[in-house]
Design a protein. Structure first.
Length: 757
C-alpha cells in the first residue's frame, strides 16, 4: 500500500493507573518535554484499577502546554455522543486546540452492561458508533443555524443546540480491527488506530484496502484518513525480533510501515521513562530522516488533504491549489470547522471563500500576492470590529493579521512602543499600564489596532492627547505591489501622511510605532438620565451636553448614547467616559455640570486603571455578526439648537436605535488640518447613527442633518454611495489622496473601505 504522505507524528500510550495517579501525568509531561506530539490513555470505565480517562485527560491538558492528548480509545458505548461532543469541544477550547478524539465501539459488553449500559452485540455497537459520529459532528457544526435533529436507532437528538465549535478540527480516530469498523472509518472517520501487537501479517494492507474503498465510495479521498499505530517493544543491544533491538533496528522495522502501509503516527505503549526517552532521542530523528529520503525518492505528495465536504464548499474565482505553501496549512475554507469563527465580523455577516491568517509581514506579502491574482473581493482584518470596514465579504479572500499581536517597548525614555496590527487595544492598555503609560484608542478594548490606527482613533484621551494617529511615529506595511516598507516623517513621508486617516487604501499595516502618553488611573463615569423630563427635553440635553463638553477641561472626554424611546414617552440618555485624574475631588468637579443634564436614573463613578476600563465587557467569543450594518457618520463643530432639534426628530421617528456623540476637539484640533489625512480637525463631535436599511434613515439624514456636518469619520459610515468619498475628506485632502492612490495603488487592489479612485 502506498504512503499517504501525512506528516509523521509520534505519541505515547500510557496506563491510567490509580495506584499512582501522579504517574500518568508525569509521563505525559515527560512526553511533552521530549517533543512527542501526542499523549494517549486507554479507557476502561468499568475497570476500578484505572483512573477515569476523561478526568485524567482534562487534568493532563491543564498540566501541559503543547502536547495533544487523546483517549486510546474512548469507550463509545459509555459516552453519550451529544455530551461527548460538547465536552470535547470544551476541552479543545480550554487547551487551545490540543484535544483529539479517539473512539471505539466499546468492547467487554458484559462489563459495560454491569455498569448499567445496554448490552449490545458487536454489530449493534458499530451501528451505534456510526450514529454517534453524526451527532458529534452535528454538534460541532455551528455554521448550520438550525437545531440538530438525528433520529437513530441507538442515539437520537431532537432539536439540540449546536456548539461550541472546537478550537481546531478535532479528528475522530477509530480503534478497529474488523472490516465493518474499517468501512465506517473509510466513510466517516479521520483516522484508523489499530494496535500492532494484535495484527497478523497483511492485516494493515487488507485494512487499508477496505478503508480506501469505503472512502472512495463515500466520495472521499482516502488520504483524508490518517493511519495511526500503537506499537511496543524493547531496546536491546542486538536485534532479537521486531521492535526488539537497538534504535537502528527499530528504524528498520518501522520504515516499511510508513512507506508501504501508510502509517504516519506511531504511538509508543510504555510506562517506562527510559524507553520513552530512548524512542524520542534515538529513533524518531533517524526515522524522520529515513522517511524523508524515501519520500523524496518516490516523489510522494505530502501536501495538506482537504476533506471532500470542504472541497464541495469552495467558491468559484479562487485557485485554491495555488495558495502558497507557507499559508496552506493555516488557510481556512468554508468547509473547515474554524470557518464559523472567522467568517463574520462584529456586526457584519460574511461568507468569504478563503481566510488567510498570516504570522508575519512576509506572509502578509505572500497572501497579498496570491489574492491579487484571484477574482472577487479582498478584505483585510485585524480585530474584525470595524463598522465601516469590509473586513469580511462574500466569496472573496480575507487576509487576517490578528496573529501579528506583539507589543514591545522600544525606548523607555521616549515612551516609544511597537504594536502589531492584530493586537487589541485592551491588550495594549494592559501592556502599557505597568509603565504608567497609555494610548488613546477608541472606547472598546476588543477593537483591533490595525483598523483604528489607520482611520483616526477617537478615544478616551482624545481631547487631552489627540487622536491615535497623532501618537503614531512609524508604520510598517505591505504595499499593493507586495513591497514591505516603513513610513514615517523621514521615510516615505507622503505614504505616512496617507496612512494616518486613509490607511485602508494604501496597504496592509503590519505594525505601528507609537509614542505613548502618561496613563495611570482614571475616573470612569457612567450616568443615565431621563431626557424626556429634562429642561428642554431630549433636544435640550443634546445641546447642553455639547456646550458643557466644549467648556470642559481637556482631561475630560465623554460620550453620549441614546436611541428610541423606552415605553411610550421616556427617552434614556447615557453619558459615559473618562476624567484623566485619580483624584476623586477632581473627578467629581468635572462631572458635576453633566450630572445636571436631567433627572438621574442611574450613576456609577469609580477610580480605575485605564486598562480595566478598556477590558470591560469584551467578549472572547468569535464575532457572530449577521446581515449588513447600516450606519451614518458626521463630524460637527458645535451642537447647535437647530442640529439638536433635527437629531431629536430623527429619534422620534424611530429611524435610529443607536445614536452616539463622541467628543473630539481639544488636542485633536491643535494638529493642523493638512498634517494627516484625517477628515476634519475643527470638529468637536463625531456623530454616528445606526438604523435599519430602507427604513428612512438615509433620506432623513441626507435631507436634514448632512448639510450641518463638516465631514465624517470613515470608521462609522457604511453607505456605499460613491458620493460619500466627496464628503469623507476636505477637497484639498481628497485631491492629495487621489494623487497618492495613483502612485501607490494604481490598480485599486485595496478597495474594501472608502475606495479612492
Amino acid at each position: 500500500m502506498p504512503d499517504y504522505g501525512h506528516p509523521l507524528r509520534f505519541g505515547t500510550f500510557l496506563t491510567p493507573t490509580n495506584a499512582a495517579p501522579e504517574q500518568p501525568v508525569a509521563l505525559a509531561q515527560l512526553s511533552e518535554s521530549l517533543g512527542y506530539d501526542l499523549a494517549t490513555f486507554q479507557d476502561h470505565p468499568y475497570q476500578p484499577a484505572f483512573l477515569d480517562t476523561w478526568t485524567l485527560i482534562s487534568w493532563v491538558l491543564a498540566e501541559t502546554e503543547t502536547i495533544h492528548v487523546s483517549g486510546n480509545v474512548l469507550n463509545g458505548q459509555m459516552r453519550q455522543p451529544a455530551m461527548l461532543a460538547r465536552s470535547a469541544a470544551s476541552l479543545d477550547l480550554l487547551s487551545h486546540g490540543r484535544f483529539e478524539l479517539g473512539l471505539g465501539a466499546g468492547g467487554f459488553s458484559d462489563a459495560v452492561a454491569a455498569m448499567g449500559m445496554p448490552l449490545r452485540t458487536a454489530g449493534e455497537a458499530v451501528s451505534a458508533l456510526d450514529e454517534a459520529i453524526d451527532i458529534i459532528r452535528g454538534i460541532w457544526d455551528v455554521s448550520e443555524r438550525r437545531p440538530l435533529r438525528i433520529a437513530g436507532e441507538y442515539h437520537h437528538v431532537d432539536g439540540a443546540k449546536r456548539g461550541p465549535a472546537p478550537a481546531h478540527d478535532i479528528p475522530i480516530w477509530l480503534g478497529a480491527m474488523k472490516p465493518r469498523m474499517q468501512r465506517l472509518i473509510g466513510r466517516k472517520a479521520d483516522g484508523w488506530l489499530p494496535t500492532y501487537l494484535y495484527l497478523q501479517p497483511g492485516d494493515l494492507a487488507r485494512g487499508n484496502e477496505i478503508i480506501d474503498a469505503a472512502a472512495a465510495g463515500a466520495g472521499r479521498d482516502p488520504r483524508e484518513v490518517r493511519r495511526l499505530l500503537n506499537i511496543g517493544g524493547s531496546f536491546l543491544p542486538e536485534r532479537r525480533d521486531t521492535l526488539q533491538g537497538p534504535p537502528s533496528s527499530w528504524v528498520h522495522d518501522l520504515l516499511p510501515l510508513v512507506v508501504e502501509d501508510g502509517v504516519s503516527t506511531f504511538i509508543l505503549a510504555s510506562d517506562d521513562p527510559s524507553t520513552i526517552q530512548n524512542f524520542a532521542l534515538d529513533v524518531i530523528p533517524l526515522l524522520r530522516d529515513a522517511v524523508e529520503e524515501a519520500r523524496a525518492g518516490a516523489g510522494t505528495s505530502t501536501g495538506r488533504v482537504r476533506p471532500a465536504a470542504a472541497l464541495a464548499r469552495r467558491r468559484s474565482g479562487i485557485d485554491y491549489d495555488a495558495v502558497p505553501a507557507s499559508l496552506a496549512e493555516a488557510a481556512i475554507e468554508p468547509g473547515d470547522v474554524r470557518y464559523a469563527t472567522v467568517r463574520n465580523t462584529y456586526l457584519r455577516g460574511g461568507s468569504p471563500g478563503l481566510v488567510l491568517p498570516v504570522r508575519d509581514a512576509e506572509q502578509a506579502a505572500e497572501a497579498l500576492g496570491f489574492a491579487r491574482a484571484q477574482a472577487g473581493p479582498l478584505s483585510l482584518r485585524s480585530g474584525g470590529h470595524g463598522i465601516s470596514g469590509r473586513s469580511t465579504n462574500d466569496g472573496g479572500i480575507v487576509i487576517d493579521v490578528s496573529a501579528l499581536n506583539a507589543i514591545e517597548v522600544l525606548d523607555e525614555a521616549t515612551r516609544r512602543v511597537r504594536v502589531g496590527a492584530g493586537a487589541r487595544w485592551m491588550d495594549v492598555a494592559a501592556a502599557l499600564e505597568p509603565h504608567g503609560w497609555a494610548l488613546t484608542s477608541g472606547d472598546y478594548g476588543g477593537v483591533g489596532v490595525g483598523g483604528l490606527a489607520t482611520a483616526g482613533g477617537i478615544g478616551w484621551f482624545a481631547r487631552e492627547h489627540g487622536l491615535t494617529i497623532d501618537r503614531l511615529r512609524r508604520v510598517e506595511l505591505v504595499t499593493a505591489d507586495g513591497r514591505l516598507l516603513g513610513a514615517s516623517e523621514d521615510e516615505n513621508p507622503d505614504l505616512f501622511w496617507a496612512m494616518r486617516g486613509a490607511g485602508a487604501n494604501f496597504g496592509i499595516a503590519t505594525s505601528f510605532e507609537f509614542e505613548a502618553h502618561e496613563g495611570g488611573d482614571v475616573g470612569w463615569a457612567q450616568l443615565a438620565f431621563d431626557a424626556s423630563a429634562a429642561p428642554g427635553g431630549p433636544a435640550g440635553v443634546l445641546e447642553t451636553f455639547g456646550r458643557l463638553m466644549e467648556a470642559a477641561p481637556r482631561d475630560t472626554t465623554l460620550s453620549l448614547l441614546t436611541g428610541g424611546r423606552s415605553g411610550s414617552e421616556q427617552r434614556i440618555v447615557q453619558v459615559f467616559g473618562v476624567v484623566h485624574s485619580d483624584d476623586p475631588d477632581t473627578v467629581v468637579a468635572r462631572l458635576r455640570p453633566f450630572a445636571e443634564l436631567g433627572p438621574l436614573v442611574q450613576q456609577s463613578v469609580q477610580i480605575a486603571p485605564y486598562a480595566s476600563v478598556m477590558s470591560q465587557n469584551v467578549s472572547p467569543a468569535p464575532h457572530q455578526g449577521q446581515g449588513e450594518p447600516h450606519a451614518r457618520s458626521g463630524l460637527i463643530e458645535h451642537l447647535s439648537a437647530d442640529w439638536a432639534q433635527r437629531a431629536t426628530e430623527l429619534l422620534d421617528r424611530g429611524l435610529s436605535y443607536f445614536f452616539q456623540l463622541r467628543s473630539v476637539g481639544g488636542a485633536v484640533a491643535d494638529v493642523p488640518q493638512d498634517a494627516t489625512a484625517y477628515s476634519t480637525r475643527s470638529a468637536n463631535f463625531s456623530v454616528v447613527a445606526l438604523g435599519a436599511p430602507g427604513r428612512g434613515l438615509d433620506e432623513y439624514w441626507d435631507a436634514e442633518l448632512l448639510p450641518l456636518y463638516d465631514g465624517m469619520y470613515i470608521s462609522f459610515e457604511t453607505s456605499r454611495d460613491v458620493a460619500r468619498i466627496e464628503r469623507a475628506w476636505p477637497a484639498a485632502t481628497l485631491a492629495r489622496l487621489r494623487t497618492l492612490k495613483g502612485e501607490w495603488d494604481p490598480q485599486g487592489v485595496f478597495r474594501d473601505n472608502f475606495a479612492l479612485r
